[in-house]
Design a protein around this ligand. Structure first.
Ligand code: ACM
Ligand code: ZN
Length: 521
């Protein structure tokens, strides 16, 4: 017991070097020397650094030396050079008309290749300017994947050539849940299902918009992975083309789903025209997005419409499928092949790995024991990885930022238990405790590409709400994915974050307050 205490104290002392500074994420290895280097300019740019290429520096990594005579960076790729500049931006303090940087030696590289932020532009729409600010903040924290959730039951946000009705009908809602409704309980204990009666949209991105965002992200070493949901979560597309549903009459109103939650009307997998539509959308997406991945959703897809649809039953007979539940793995196999022929790997939420699905399909692990997913068996990160799938970890109870933070001054409090959040409570400390490798046997850990936070937007109306939910929890996520097992611990992070948060506020980021301080050892 005594020895353990000493070890813990020594670890804490070693980490104190980070605590003296404001680096978030903390670097893998850092030593601070006496003295500083002064810059006449008030901006960190490549011009203030002497760069050298060194093939021995790991991918995305860098070695940074700030000495009294100048700033030197060794790197093996462009991302490494970029991240060295991001570290310098955090180290630099204003001095007169210029900047001063403490003398340090930093050796740094990420623990995980996939350091993602998921962004739901469908339940609420944020637009290019907000997206650019999100990308700037991701880059500041060395996050490198934007998972762009572009299609949903409640809104279709991508203009696709040849399918003009997608945005005509799918990108505008005649009403939405009233502000804060659905999670709020009425005095009689029922869920408040009030609608606001306000037209929302049309909101969508054109081809030029997407190209602008993809280029903006690429300049910050961020890959944009589009998500086109299938075969469920397609109600907004069905509003545009009701003939692609098993029951077109259910879409006669021609508008997206108005409330949140799981929708039973999904893509009719017996209808060749519905599949041709999805082929065309994905073909366009493959041309528009340079990333080697396309996310096809696959979550929360009830199969009950397929069960009594003549077209779907004919498909099952033709394909030798014994249950309507087999239609989802059938369509997954179809699109794994279709997208591989276009040079893309498919990603989907964990339940799409149920059934006979090729190993090349990447899983996104969001559910933990007890999760729902419309009755589909949970496929955990460990299970997917043991079966040979690459996996991205985003366990809802540690990474879903639309969950409450437990802060006394969370905004938009309503009476009773009403809160402008979905789900449960996700404190900063719980986010920081996220470990993408937890429970994954060592022989399968190479299949864990990394992790991401998910910014579902049912209860996020605007950039103010978004920033409140994303930061500082996003900083905890960035540190976890950058440092992995070398994370210095929540107390160290908390001390740095408390200082660093002032910078975020000064930059106009409406991040949430810090929760109460942890008990120091
Ligand atoms: C999900 O949260 N439905 C992936
Ligand atoms: Zn059908």
């Amino acid at each position: 017991m005594k020895r353990l205490m000493i070890a813990a104290t020594a670890g804490w002392m070693a980490a104190c070097a980070f605590a003296e500074m404001t680096l978030v994420p903390a670097p893998q290895a850092c030593s601070v020397q006496a003295g500083s280097f002064e810059l006449a300019t008030n901006e960190i740019s490549a011009a203030v650094v002497a760069f050298t290429r060194d093939a021995a520096v790991p991918k995305e990594g860098y070695r940074l030396t700030v000495a009294a005579d100048g700033i030197r960076v060794a790197h093996s790729d462009e991302a490494g050079a970029f991240y060295a500049l991001k570290t310098l931006e955090q180290l630099a303090e204003p001095k007169g008309k210029g900047l001063v940087v403490p003398c340090v030696s930093i050796s740094d590289a990420p623990a995980f290749a996939w350091r993602g932020v998921h962004f739901d532009d469908c339940r609420h729409f944020f637009g290019k300017q907000t997206l650019k600010r999100v990308l700037d903040l991701m880059a500041a924290h060395k996050m490198n994947v934007l998972h762009w959730h572009l299609t949903e039951d409640q809104g279709w946000r991508l203009d696709v050539p040849g399918y003009p009705d997608l945005v005509k009908y799918g990108a505008v809602r005649p009403a939405s849940p009233a502000h804060g409704a659905m999670m709020r309980r009425l005095p009689n204990g029922e869920r408040d299902m009030a609608l606001d009666g306000l037209q929302y949209g049309p909101f969508y991105y054109t081809e030029a918009d997407v190209k602008e965002i993809v280029a903006y992200a690429a300049a910050r070493h961020i890959m944009v992975v589009p998500e086109i949901e299938l075969p469920g979560h397609v109600y907004a597309a069905l509003a545009a083309y009701p003939q692609f549903a098993c029951r077109p009459e259910n879409l006669a109103h021609r508008h997206p789903r108005l409330i949140w939650g799981i929708e039973k009307d999904v893509l009719c997998l017996g209808n060749d025209a519905a599949l041709k539509f999805m082929d065309d959308v994905l073909d366009y997406v493959c041309r528009l997005f340079p990333a080697p991945y396309v996310h096809i959703g696959g979550d929360e897809c009830p199969s009950e419409r397929w069960k009594d649809c003549p077209k779907c039953r004919a498909r099952m007979a033709a394909e030798g499928l014994t249950s309507e539940k087999d239609l989802q793995p059938w369509v997954t196999r179809r699109y794994v092949k279709y997208l591989e022929a276009r040079g893309k790997r498919v990603i989907g939420w964990d339940e799409y790995l149920n059934g006979d699905v090729p190993k090349s399909a990447v899983g996104m692990s969001w559910r933990t024991a007890g999760g729902n997913g419309a009755g589909h068996k949970l496929v955990s990160g460990a299970e997917g990885a043991m079966k040979g799938h690459d996996m991205i970890m985003t366990p809802h109870d540690q990474t879903y930022f639309y969950y409450g933070q437990g802060l006394p001054d969370d905004p938009f409090q309503y009476g009773g238990s009403g809160r402008p959040y979905g789900g449960g409570k996700l404190t900063l400390e719980k986010t920081y405790a996220f470990d993408p490798l937890k429970g994954v046997p060592s022989e399968a850990q190479a299949h864990i590409l990394g992790g991401q936070c998910c910014n579902w937007s049912e209860y996020t109306w605007n950039e103010y709400d978004l920033a409140w939910k994303m930061w500082p929890r996003g900083c905890a996520m960035a540190e976890t994915l950058w440092l992995g097992a070398k994370k210095p611990g929540y107390a160290d992070f908390y001390a740095r974050m408390t200082r660093y948060r002032q910078r975020l506020l000064a930059a106009g980021v409406t991040c949430a307050p810090m929760p109460p301080a942890p008990q120091t050892p």
